[in-house]
Design a protein around this ligand. Structure first.
Ligand SMILES: Cc1cc2nc3c(=O)[nH]c(=O)nc-3n(C[C@H](O)[C@H](O)[C@H](O)COP(=O)(O)O)c2cc1C
Length: 257
């Protein structure tokens, strides 16, 4: 295994951080690595906001489903799917007039643009994660940034064609807090990697895979009849997911309007 593969293999999400600031040299490399990520058509359909203000971090704890470690992260980066920059250029460049002259439709951003911009933003984010890891800096994604769109728009001054797709917390590990944690398991390869055609996963097999990976089996049967029911209640059907669905629907509706 080379160093890059080892960095990828060893990575675990880090949710408790040393109070040390991220050095400016390390921050520079994290951002540089994000910017070097592949980007659709080389259009860089994303932006990054560093959340430096402690009051804003404190607020994110609440608006991102009560996750206190966000407030303690020395570096918090918000990754935005961003079509606004291009559409501001198109307006500035009189593209609507051009389209009129040539009798072609002037198309504003649609669902596909949101997905493409989100690909760009997330690929940049993951480059930042791996760069940080290689520098001994841990990280954790916060998907809950997709909740509470109205509050996040206001907080970060986000226009209509900018969507907050991921928040990343970074920090050096506390010296006593890292190596003894086991890596979280992943599904066996045959469930997620196919040749030529998609293969649906048999429910029974998936259930036994999940059960084999679960340490606290008692917790499941306290809350539900099986692990599928348990995970539905904890994740897919939970309040935070309901809020995410509402919030993302508002954002997409506004985006494609
Ligand atoms: C899109 C995305 C959203 C996530 N959101 C959260 C989150 O809101 N809070 C959190 O503690 N971890 C979050 N995580 C981290 C995952 O829980 C973590 O990656 C997963 O449990 C696997 O653990 P590992 O990263 O240590 O291998 C998120 C990860 C991803 C990729």
């Amino acid at each position: 295994m080379n160093e890059t593969l080892k960095t990828i293999d060893d990575r675990k999400s880090l949710r408790g951080y040393d109070s040390r600031e991220i050095s400016s040299e390390h921050k520079k490399w994290i951002l540089h690595s994000a910017f070097r990520a592949p980007t659709a058509g080389n259009m860089m359909l994303y932006s990054i906001i560093e959340v430096a203000d402690q009051k804003m971090k404190d607020k994110l704890v609440k608006t991102c489903d009560n996750q206190p470690f966000i407030a303690k992260a020395p570096l918090v980066l918000l990754f935005l799917s961003d079509m606004q920059r291009w559409y501001d250029l198109f307006e500035y460049s009189s593209v609507p007039d051009l389209c009129k002259e040539r009798s072609i439709e002037y198309v504003t951003p649609k669902e596909s643009d949101l997905l493409l911009a989100s690909c760009d933003a997330l690929i940049a984010a993951q480059n930042a994660v791996i760069a940080a890891e290689s520098l001994g800096i841990g990280s954790c994604y916060i998907g809950d940034i997709m909740e509470n769109i109205e509050i996040h728009r206001e907080m970060f001054n986000l226009p209509k064609w900018v969507f907050p797709i991921a928040l990343l917390c970074f920090g050096y590990p506390r010296r006593d807090d890292r190596d003894d944690r086991e890596k979280t398991p992943r599904f066996p390869e045959h469930l997620v990697y196919f040749k030529n055609k998609y293969i649906r996963t048999d429910g029974k097999e998936f259930e036994s895979t999940l059960m084999a990976q679960t340490r606290d089996k008692e917790a499941i049967f306290k809350k539900a009849k099986n692990i599928g029911q348990f995970i539905y209640l904890r994740k897919t059907g939970a309040d935070f997911t309901t809020e995410m669905r509402r919030s993302v629907k508002v954002a997409i509706t506004d985006w494609i309007e």
